[in-house]
Write a protein that binds this ligand. Structure first.
Ligand SMILES: C[S@@+](CC[C@H](N)C(=O)[O-])C[C@H]1O[C@@H](n2cnc3c(N)ncnc32)[C@H](O)[C@@H]1O
Length: 226
């Protein structure tokens, strides 16, 4: 099945609210546990959550790793507003967590944060990018020496029928806007072999590896040299 891109930014207010209201907690917590196993953030660690949306992963990172600074970055104002409202709703609870608007494009992340990060993290961003090189090319300029990377995303099924089967298995009870987005996201996602080729093209194949994860995800992880 060929890839069909979906809009990059989730900037519709209704779409952002539906996403924020959905319960992705099991998958989100699995991401954080995977990061805990792979990255083991130390005191002074700085974690960057690229394409943070309403902050689902960023908040969990801040909770799990209170010794680390966490910055969530997204290009969509509607998503960031939700993340910032959540942060403001619990003053002092996550003192080292912040959110910033930033757009990944051909020039990297704009505006570029002043500091470098010891871990670069992203969940469900890659499939939104029309040109995946904008993510791979952004990593090294954002990374502190030896930074860890963990990226999880959907992987594209083989057929439209397989897409619908996944929607039935995982989102049958979800609101229509989420079901619509989920189908679009599966069509827009990459396969493991496409991502492997992207890593080769970006000169990252000796530092990052990619593998399929359960019935619908792929994950990319490793450590950047330098
Ligand atoms: C499916 S959401 C995932 C949100 C979050 N990472 C999570 O796991 O809940 C994808 C997010 O990526 C953001 N995004 C897509 N393309 C982007 C780009 N080029 N630059 C910055 N953010 C982008 C969207 O606005 C959206 O909030």
């Amino acid at each position: 099945m060929d890839r069909i891109c979906e809009p990059e930014l989730m900037d519709e207010r209704a779409q952002a609210l539906a996403y924020a209201a959905a319960d992705f907690s099991a998958g989100d917590q699995a991401v954080v546990e995977r990061i805990a196993a792979l990255v083991q953030p130390q005191t002074g660690a700085a974690l960057l959550d690229l394409g943070c949306g309403p902050g689902n992963i960023s908040f969990r990172l801040a909770e799990r790793f209170p010794q680390a600074r966490v910055l969530g970055v997204d290009g969509a104002a509607a998503m960031l507003q939700i993340a910032r409202d959540r942060l403001a709703g619990a003053p002092g609870r996550w003192p080292a967590l912040a959110f910033a608007q930033g757009l990944l494009g051909s020039g990297g992340l704009e505006p570029c944060p002043p500091a470098r990060f010891t871990a670069l993290i992203s969940n469900s961003l890659l499939h939104h990018l029309h040109d995946p090189r904008v993510l791979w090319n952004a990593l090294v300029p954002l990374a502190a020496p030896g930074a860890s990377v963990y990226i999880r995303d959907l992987r594209r099924p083989a057929s439209p029928e397989a897409v619908l089967a996944l929607r039935e298995r995982h989102l049958a009870e979800a609101p229509p806007v989420l079901q619509r987005d989920y189908v679009a996201s599966l069509h827009a996602a990459f396969t493991v072999s496409e991502v492997r080729q992207q890593l080769v093209d970006a000169g990252l194949a000796d530092q990052l590896q990619v593998a399929a994860l359960d019935d619908r995800y792929l994950e990319v992880w490793g450590r950047l040299a330098g």
